[in-house]
Design a protein around this ligand. Structure first.
Ligand SMILES: Nc1nc2c(ncn2[C@@H]2O[C@H](COP(=O)(O)OP(=O)(O)OP(=O)(O)O)[C@@H](O)[C@H]2O)c(=O)[nH]1
Ligand SMILES: [Zn+2]
Length: 196
């Protein structure tokens, strides 16, 4: 059986983006008609739609799609969720990990849904601070837990490949609400994050 990729891209948007990328290649001094580049505008058009698909996804609906009742209230942590996002200033990747915790207040969600929510907000043009906050707000809205904590660590290609050209700087952002505003609970979360 022939290999067939299963992809869903809007034909009109793909076409419009591809025309623009064709012009961009010309502006960069390239020949968009040379063999290796003939399909590049269409490939980039699809890649960019993939990398920004989060705009059309509803994070709260994702969390609610596997919402279960839970009587006990212990910290739930999903850590080391890898993320790939695009900085909104340069549209270059920033790559890192999210660590997400919440304390249920009667409801839990499927663990994979937490990682999916990280993807939804990562697949948009972002700044790391807003990404961190949006993950927290979605969990808060969907589950109304006793608290939510989100830490994101990332390397920004715009600081590595160009600009200030720093190869080892790691940006950490965090946001806490509810019970995690309490120092004891927050420290417990930070301690659990350090456990390997
Ligand atoms: N706060 C924040 N800043 C970011 C993020 N991603 C990129 N930036 C920064 O956005 C800033 C944009 O600054 P500008 O001076 O307008 O752009 P620029 O001339 O390209 O700046 P340089 O990167 O310093 O060369 C830069 O300092 C980037 O490092 C992010 O997620 N959060
Ligand atoms: Zn940037």
């Amino acid at each position: 059986m022939a290999y067939r990729k299963v992809e869903h891209y809007d034909a009109e948007i793909t076409n419009e983006l591809a025309n623009n990328y064709h012009s961009i290649l010309q502006s960069l001094g390239e020949d968009p008609e040379r063999e290796g580049l003939v399909k590049t505008p269409e490939r980039v058009a699809k890649a960019m739609q993939f990398l920004t698909q989060g705009y059309s996804q509803d994070p709260v609906a994702i969390l609610n799609s596997a919402k279960f009742t839970a009587p006990k209230s212990e910290i739930v942590i999903v850590k080391d969720i890898e993320l790939y996002s695009l900085c909104e200033h340069h549209m270059l990747p920033f790559i890192g990990k999210a660590h997400v915790a919440y304390i249920p207040n009667g409801y839990i969600t499927g663990l994979s849904k937490i990682a999916r929510v990280v993807d939804v907000f990562s697949r948009r043009l972002q700044v790391q601070e807003r990404l961190t906050m949006q993950i927290m707000n979605a969990i808060e809205e969907a589950l109304q837990p006793l608290g939510v904590a989100v830490v994101v660590e990332a390397n920004h290609m715009c600081m590595m490949m160009r600009g200030v050209e720093k190869q080892n700087s790691l940006t950490t952002t965090s946001t806490f609400c509810g019970a995690f505003e309490n120092e004891v609970t927050r420290n417990e979360f930070l301690r659990l994050l350090q456990m390997k």
